[in-house]
Design a protein around this ligand. Structure first.
Ligand code: TRP
Length: 442
């Protein structure tokens, strides 16, 4: 099997960052922060990013790079046993379930892009936009049409192999998205009442800090950084020689967090300026953003540009998600009597994803459950298991130390990293779980 590889180091960082930056930052982060008390959520979120983000990003990249395999083969290759194989399946299942609802939201973005093109939002106020969203999210044929489109686009990119497609796309468009968001933030901050939004988002109110907020913030941290399902293992396997993993991880982390905060700085001031409810859930950004864009100079162009870039940010994420599943299928079938080619794997995964999407469209409860189940449970759980795997499971003198003793790894840094994987990360995830389940109360 020909092994794909990213052609440049920057290419890998951009692809990984492109996978991390997506609807999680622009759609999910603001609405969950809005539901969970703004500033209190932000603080816990940042703590999670600091505590979990760097060690887990580094860990996943290293597992991938060391083993040269995707989630299916990585744990076996490193440990030399089959005992950890269930983690591969956990990764695969999580990726599939996330795709089920992620594509639906991507479909909404495509819907809004098309409407921005025909200038459908001009003159609509926030209550009209709320009404509009309920049409978009309940009209099933329309939802199906707009959701199938990104599935086909994602499958097409993977069909023609990872590196070329992903690299080229994210290298040019990510900075453009950042610029567009900066302009929007600038505009929003000039609106009357925007300071109340900044207070809501940046002021920490201890009374709002509950175990639910902590659970949600932790889940969001995993979701947004794309950790806890082996997406970065898959990318790590494609890493070019000599890539500095901690530096790459830090870049992905900083970029991802910046975009999330920037999204908050756009949404919350606008929420207060327009007098809408910050706790309205998944529809929040679809009500607020078109209204913000109407305030920009060159409103039509701004809307088209923004929703266009949002669609592309979503696509780079769906590409990374689907790549996890495709690489899994390819590797899992490689040694059987019916090895599937890359294109066959892409077709199989896309077909399965379409089934899951239909479930999410026809049973909206499934949409909510998928999100809760993955960000709230399987991703932190998988991350916990991977940390235990690397920290405790790998033989000390064998691959375990090899995982750390790559050229250029400083011993001190390696020890701190291992300490995090062994103690800090498993213990904190466990505590948050027990606390969330009400077994322990803080
Ligand atoms: N992190 C992406 C976002 O914030 C979503 C995502 C893409 C993801 N690929 C992933 C989440 C892999 C977990 C694992 O939108």
């Amino acid at each position: 099997m020909k092994k794909s590889s990213f052609s440049t180091k920057v290419g890998l960082i951009m692809a990984a960052a492109g996978g991390a930056v997506g609807l999680g930052n622009i759609w999910k982060f603001p609405y969950i922060a809005g539901e969970n008390g703004g500033g209190a959520f932000l603080l816990v979120y940042l703590l999670c990013v600091l505590l979990f983000g760097l060690p887990l990003l580094v860990m996943e990249f290293m597992i991938g790079k060391r083993s040269g395999k995707s989630t299916y083969g990585a744990f076996r290759a490193l440990s030399g046993t089959n005992r950890w194989q269930w983690m591969s399946w956990l990764c695969m299942l999580t990726a599939m379930v996330i795709m089920g609802f992620y594509f639906v939201v991507t479909g909404w973005c495509f819907n809004y892009l098309v409407e921005a093109l025909v200038n459908a939002f001009s003159g609509l106020d926030s209550s009209a936009l709320t009404e509009h969203f309920s049409v978009v999210s309940t009209n099933k044929p329309r939802m199906i049409a707009f959701t199938v489109l990104p599935v086909l686009l994602t499958a097409a990119v993977l069909w023609f192999d990872v590196n070329k497609g992903i690299e080229r796309l994210s290298k040019i468009l990510m900075p453009l998205l950042l610029l567009m968001m900066l302009l929007m933030a600038g505009r929003v901050l000039m609106l009357d009442g925007s300071n109340l939004g900044m207070q809501f988002f940046f002021q920490f109110d201890c009374a709002k800090l509950t175990s639910h907020v902590v659970m949600e913030a932790m889940g969001q941290c995993f979701f947004s950084l794309s950790i806890g399902l082996g997406a970065l293992i898959t990318y790590g396997a494609y890493m070019p020689k000599g890539q500095n993993i901690p530096a790459a991880s830090l870049q992905v982390l900083v970029l991802d967090t910046l975009v999330a905060i920037l999204a908050g700085v756009i949404i919350f001031p606008a929420v207060f300026a327009f007098g809408v409810n910050p706790e309205q859930g998944p529809q929040l950004v679809f009500v607020v953003l078109p209204a913000v864009l109407q305030q920009m100079s060159f409103a039509w162009l701004s809307s088209v540009l923004f929703f266009g870039l949002l669609c592309i940010a979503a696509l780079t994420s769906t590409i990374s998600l689907m790549e996890v599943a495709v690489a899994f299928v390819q590797e899992a079938t490689a040694d059987t009597r019916h090895p599937l080619s890359r294109r066959q794997s892409v077709s199989l995964v896309a077909a399965l994803v379409l089934v899951l999407i239909m479930l999410c469209i026809f049973f909206p409860a499934m949409f909510d459950v998928s999100d809760q189940l993955t960000a709230g449970f399987t991703m932190p759980l998988t991350a916990l298991c991977m940390a235990v795997f690397v920290g405790w499971g790998l033989p000390k003198r064998g691959e375990g130390s090899v995982l750390l003793h790559t050229k250029g790894t400083r011993r001190r840094a390696g020890q701190v990293f291992l300490f995090f994987l062994r103690w800090i990360i498993p213990l904190i995830i466990l505590l948050v779980f027990l606390n969330g389940l009400g077994v322990l109360k803080f």
